[in-house]
Design a protein around this ligand. Structure first.
Ligand code: MRU
Length: 332
């Protein structure tokens, strides 16, 4: 999508220079910093520090990390294991690693690794667009019922183009609607503790020209009671066989509020996010994040709780399938 009318994607490969570039998301919204993935260790660091984040993008970044790491000492297996350990909840990471590892047996593994990484990127890009089209149908219907008044969509965390390659998952239908002149407005949950909503979602929507309003995480329920939310769309990091959705912490509470207020709650995700090997969300490893994310202000400069305060900081929660109205995928 665009940043001030210039088209960008979150990660890209430059053929002429044989290099992989990505936007460093830890510097947004203040600075647009483009970095090169020069080595396997660069890739591990970028995923771990959340310079790249969001389920589909982590998978694509892992694939390119293996490609750039192929000249190094580690085997594909070792690289795969290191990458999977960086962020345990998003299944796209393990999915992309498994696809890359299939290249080991080929005659020219390096060429094959590049081909596979590019294929994974193209797959995610294509999925995002199709997810957008699936969600667009619903937005169009609601817009019709509202006589062309803006459709109010609440979203959590960042499941926009920055979290994928382009378009996004939850935000893909929003971008398609906006670009096709269907009026939309997005309520953006700030998404404590790392504030991906405030820093990334509000940024990418604003820079593309989509009307949006930033709200604190606890405001969504009130807005639903007041009839100010037409639908909720979130992304997912893993969807288990029974349809449970593991996504950024706070998603479950939005789903409960949506259910109580009869607001449709949709989950947008490619098939690479569906994990048929796990029966329910309870089986998913929930990433436990650094306690400093909670103890300090966002710039990590000011402590906001006294010394000795105990902290628990799970990064994701589980929304039971019964609270989900439907799933937007590349196939629906
Ligand atoms: O910890 P993050 O920022 O990687 O978490 C991201 C999310 O929870 C997104 O909602 C998810 O990856 C959706 S997929 C675009």
């Amino acid at each position: 999508m665009n940043i001030d009318k210039v088209p960008y994607s979150a990660i890209w490969y430059e053929d002429a220079e044989d290099r992989v570039l990505y936007i460093d998301q830890t510097r947004l919204p203040w600075e647009l910093v483009i970095r090169e993935l020069k080595s396997f260790e660069d890739g591990v660091r970028a995923i771990k520090n959340m310079e790249v984040r969001g389920a589909p993008l982590i998978g694509v970044a892992a694939a390119f990390s293996i490609y750039v790491g192929a000249k190094g000492k580690l085997t594909l297996q070792e690289m795969g294991e290191r990458l999977i350990a960086t962020r345990p909840t998003a299944v796209n990471l393990a999915w992309a690693v498994a696809k890359m590892l299939e290249a080991e047996s080929t005659v020219n593994p390096t060429a094959s690794l590049l081909e596979r990484a590019v294929k994974i990127r193209d797959y995610e890009l294509d999925c995002s667009f199709r997810i957008g089209e699936a969600g667009l149908k619903i937005i169009r219907e609601i817009s019709g019922r509202k006589g062309g008044e803006p459709v109010n969509i609440l979203t959590h965390c960042n499941a926009g183009w920055l979290a994928t390659v382009d378009y996004g998952t939850a935000l893909a239908p929003v971008y398609l609607a906006h670009d096709r002149l269907i009026p939309v407005h997005v309520w953006v949950d700030e998404t404590r503790p790392r504030n991906q909503g405030a820093k990334l979602t509000a940024y990418e929507l604003t820079r593309h020209g989509v009307p949006n309003t930033l709200i604190v995480d606890n405001a969504g329920g009130l807005l639903m009671q007041q009839g100010l939310v037409d639908l909720v769309i979130v992304g997912a990091d893993r969807i288990t066989a029974n349809g449970d959705v593991v996504n950024k912490i706070g998603t479950y509470l939005k789903a409960l509020a949506a259910f109580d207020n009869q607001v449709p709650f949709y989950v947008a995700a490619p098939r690479s996010t569906f994990d048929r090997t796990l029966a329910t969300g309870k089986e998913v490893t929930i990433e436990e994040r650094d306690i400093d994310e909670v103890l300090y202000s966002d710039d990590r400069q000011t402590r906001i709780a006294i010394e000795g305060t105990r902290v628990h900081n799970p990064g994701f929660d589980i929304t039971p399938a019964r609270l989900v109205t439907g799933y937007f995928t590349e196939e629906s």
